[in-house]
Design a protein around this ligand. Structure first.
Ligand code: ZN
Length: 473
């Protein structure tokens, strides 16, 4: 029986889907204004694991994610610049170029981490008509108000359940603490559903309230409802978005449909670096690109999975290197079993016990630290069977490997690196052939080979003592 911790009740609860055998899951996607970093990896690996485990249990999962490509303001409030527009100015590109550029980078990084793509990935800018309809509906129902500036706000004082999800009370002065309060709001806590923008803005749409763009929170309410219906099973996101973002989603959803739409609200915890909160001052050091270069993407995936999704990850080089060593051990074990057999059989005896222990770990709110400790036990026990050459047991081991190491944990081994070795081999022989051609003064051929190398992504340069190959960045 799967139990999951529900932020709505602050309890572990038995998971019961709305429709037998099906799960509708929505996870807040990225705001695409910068390169993906470790915080993204933590969140999307967490929900990838959950996605994978639900599939393992036999559920048909419809997994929806949004891409925030408009309306998310610096500071997460209602005042200030749009994050994407600000970045566009910095990079001297237009906001659509910025959004698409970083959306591509996001998916590249997620693919490298072996994160399964969502069933639907929806850009906010693609659903503006739906968003305008919903904002108008909230206004019609008396929970939104329009100001003379052309902004539309949600009136949180009219919605008495506001604060329930994040356990805050309005008199705690929940918003406006850090963020300057817009002058046209009735109350500091009200949040924007629609923001008027000035005429020079590229990302603007006509609405009953004039030209503007959606507020950040409304897109998730609209997209989850559009694709998963008025009521759905799981909503996920980072704990840093619990307030105000998820609180606002609950309020909007409740007004739009008559009930809070998600049955289970799941939150992943955050990442700290050497014990301190990950911040801008750390700059690029925590971009996934730089981490992948140093440690490899699957090592980062494995490292993240060593922590429970509701625990804080503290990242430091030593801990990642340790994870890398462990992963290598698992990889060697997997390779030795795969070399011995390609037949899988249901586990029995001690391996059945291990299988059950893995299921128990995952059924307990997706407890990956325990699952990984069971996998390490499996490696130990399994290596014994490999040594013995026990074929029957190795076939059972393969079953466990395929279910937990590949399907659920989503790990991958050498195969990928081997491919790079092959590529290396090809690159090396092309470079050699080019050098030979140059020695033979066959410059046409040498040039042709250089072009081939460039097409493979390598740059070749002649040096004093020969040549040098470099990967083109
Ligand atoms: Zn969201």
């Amino acid at each position: 029986m799967l139990k999951i911790y529900n932020t709505k009740t602050r309890k572990k609860e038995e998971f019961k889907p709305i429709v037998d055998g099906h799960v509708g899951m929505y996870v807040c996607g990225p705001t695409v204004y910068g390169p993906p970093h470790l915080g993204h990896a933590k969140s999307y690996i967490s929900f990838d694991l959950i996605h994978r485990y639900l599939k393992f249990l036999g559920y048909k999962v419809k997994y929806v994610q949004n891409i925030t490509d408009v309306g998310h303001l610096v500071g997460d409030g209602d005042e200030g610049e749009d994050k994407i527009s600000r970045q566009a100015k910095l990079e001297k590109l237009d906001p659509y170029e910025i959004a698409y550029k970083y959306e591509c980078e996001y998916f590249d990084a997620m693919d490298a981490l072996n994160i399964l793509r969502p069933s639907i990935s929806a850009r906010a800018t693609g659903f503006i008509m739906d968003i305008i309809d919903s904002v108008a509906d909230i206004v019609d129902k008396g929970y939104g108000y329009v100001t003379k500036e052309g902004n539309v706000y949600f009136d949180v004082h009219k919605y008495h359940k506001y604060g329930q999800l994040s356990n805050r009370r309005l008199d705690d002065n929940v918003s406006g603490e850090r963020i300057e309060v817009a002058s046209d709001k009735h109350h500091a806590e009200d949040f924007a559903l629609w923001k008027a923008v000035d005429n020079n803005t590229l990302m603007k749409w006509n609405s009953p309230w004039g030209y503007g763009c959606p507020g950040w929170h409304i897109e998730c309410s609209v997209l989850s409802r559009k694709f998963l219906g008025e009521k759905f099973d799981i909503h996920g996101g980072g704990i840093d978005n619990l307030f105000p973002h998820h609180e606002c989603e609950c309020a909007q959803g409740d007004i739009l449909t008559g009930d809070v739409p998600m049955n289970y609200f799941l939150h992943n915890n955050l990442v700290t670096v050497n014990g301190t909160k990950m911040g801008k001052s750390l700059g690029n050091s925590m971009t996934l690109e730089s981490l992948f270069e140093r440690f490899g993407a699957i090592t980062i995936r494995y490292f993240v999975l060593q922590f429970h999704y509701r625990s804080v990850i503290d990242i430091n080089d030593e801990a990642i290197l340790q994870a890398q060593k462990q992963l290598e051990k698992i990889g060697e074990f997997v390779a030795s079993v795969e070399a011995a057999t390609n037949v899988e059989k249901q586990p029995t005896g001690d391996l059945k016990e291990l299988f059950d222990a893995c299921v128990d770990a995952m059924n307990d709110d997706f407890n990956t630290p325990v699952l990984i400790s069971q996998v390490l036990k499996l490696v130990k026990v399994g290596n014994g069977y490999v040594k013995e050459g026990n074929t029957a047991k190795m076939q059972e081991l393969l079953y466990l490997i395929n279910r937990f190491i590949y399907d659920v944990l989503g790990l991958k081994f050498d195969k990928q690196e081997k491919k790079e070795d092959d590529l290396d081999g090809e690159v090396k022989s092309l470079a050699k052939a080019r050098w030979q051609a140059k020695q033979n003064k066959d410059y046409a051929k040498a040039d042709e080979l250089r072009v081939k190398l460039t097409n493979l992504g390598y740059e070749i340069k002649d040096t004093k003592d020969g040549y040098e190959i470099k990967k083109i960045k």
